[in-house]
Design a binder for this molecule. Structure first.
Ligand SMILES: [Zn+2]
Length: 359
């Protein structure tokens, strides 16, 4: 019996729809709470290739809402743990983990050969990077957000039926305002990123655990419909996870000709260099990135560090705590990025990096 028999029975799916899913390639950015839920459905329904991106490691406070992880994953890379779990659910799907901190440069490479992007970031600034990348490539993306008792899902795109790469769009100076149709992009709806501290975060406002599952499930439903029918759904849904009321806003006339991104073709977030180091909110940790793109040979480095501290290795990550500073513990990823636990001092984190990893 075909494992997809129950969904193929639906007239909306049928054999043709299932074949389309199998040919589809989806990029899930962020596999925290929302991304866990969306990625699980996408894999179960039989999408051909699924990329999962996450910069973080699994923390015990994630487990009440991040459904791909178990207690045995605490401390491990989220991208790798998610991929392991997803492959164990459906080995027919090619799942590709990326343990990276997303910026314009890394997104540029990931957007090749992708049909659809699902946002699981729950991070305002990263969404603007995703928006720039997707508008530039003419790709739709599905935003998902949850905070307190409210969830939001929207299919965003900005330029219907046109595929233009970012460089061409920029070279042309402006985008033809007469371009047909097109729904809204993120910047049509919210022209600028909220300032730091302006919005409440999951740390300060909390989040209803089952709400994130609903948001991820809605994203997966919108994704399935788009991948099968090819028709984007220009809608923003807001749902209240407590009263269970859903509101729907029609975005089919939402595109603004004066939008900086999809109207004027300026990709400000895509081109912006990311910060070399940043405190990770509420985690007692600092992230340090290498000055330039690099690959670290984790095997060689772990041989070197094993003499002076405690090492745990996985394919994409090395954990190390030096004997002389047992309260500090780093997670080093193959792209040279480090998350140092046990401090919120960025200078201390940079000197730790220089000392044990190399400048
Ligand atoms: Zn726009």
């Amino acid at each position: 019996m075909n494992r997809y028999a129950r969904q193929i029975r639906l007239a909306e799916v049928a054999d043709e729809g299932q074949a389309k899913l199998a040919r589809s390639r989806v990029l899930v950015i962020g596999v925290g709470a929302i991304g866990s839920s969306a990625a699980e459905w996408i894999v179960r329904m039989g999408v051909g290739v699924v990329h999962v991106v996450d910069r973080d490691v699994v923390d015990v406070t994630n487990l009440h809402r991040q459904a791909l992880y178990a207690e045995s994953d605490v401390g491990a890379s989220k991208a790798e743990s998610a991929a392991r779990r997803l492959v164990s659910i459906n080995a027919d799907v090619r799942v590709i983990p990326h343990a990276i901190d997303l910026d314009g440069e890394s997104l540029r490479g990931l957007l090749n050969d992708i049909d659809l992007v699902i946002d699981g970031t729950d991070n305002a600034e990263t969404r603007y990077v995703i928006n720039d990348g997707c508008v530039g490539r003419g790709l739709p993306w599905i935003m998902g957000a949850a905070l307190g008792r409210e969830g939001r899902v929207a299919m965003l795109r900005g330029r219907a039926g046109v595929k233009v790469v970012g460089d061409e769009l920029r070279a042309s100076g402006q985008v033809d305002a007469e371009v047909r149709g097109g729904g809204a992009c993120l910047r049509c709806l919210y022209p600028s990123v909220p300032a730091a501290g302006e919005l409440p975060t999951c740390e300060s406002a909390g989040v209803l655990p089952a709400m994130v599952g609903m948001v991820g499930s809605m994203q997966a439903s919108v994704a399935m419909r788009y991948l099968i029918s090819g028709d984007p759904v220009d809608r923003l849904w807001t749902l209240d996870g407590w009263s269970l009321r859903v509101r729907e806003i029609d975005l089919s006339d939402g595109r603004r000709a004066d939008c900086v991104c999809c109207g004027l073709g300026r990709f400000e977030f895509f081109d912006r260099p990311s910060h070399a180091s940043a405190k990770l909110c509420g985690r007692g940790a600092v992230q340090v990135r290498p000055a330039a793109a690099t690959r670290v040979d984790l095997s060689r480095l772990s041989e070197r560090l094993a003499r002076i501290g405690v090492i745990v290795r996985s394919d994409m990550m090395l954990k190390f705590s030096p004997h002389e500073h047992p309260s500090l513990s780093m997670n080093l990823f193959a792209d040279g990025r480090m998350i140092l636990f046990g401090t919120e001092d960025r200078a201390e984190a940079r000197s730790f990096y220089a000392r044990y990893v190399g400048a």
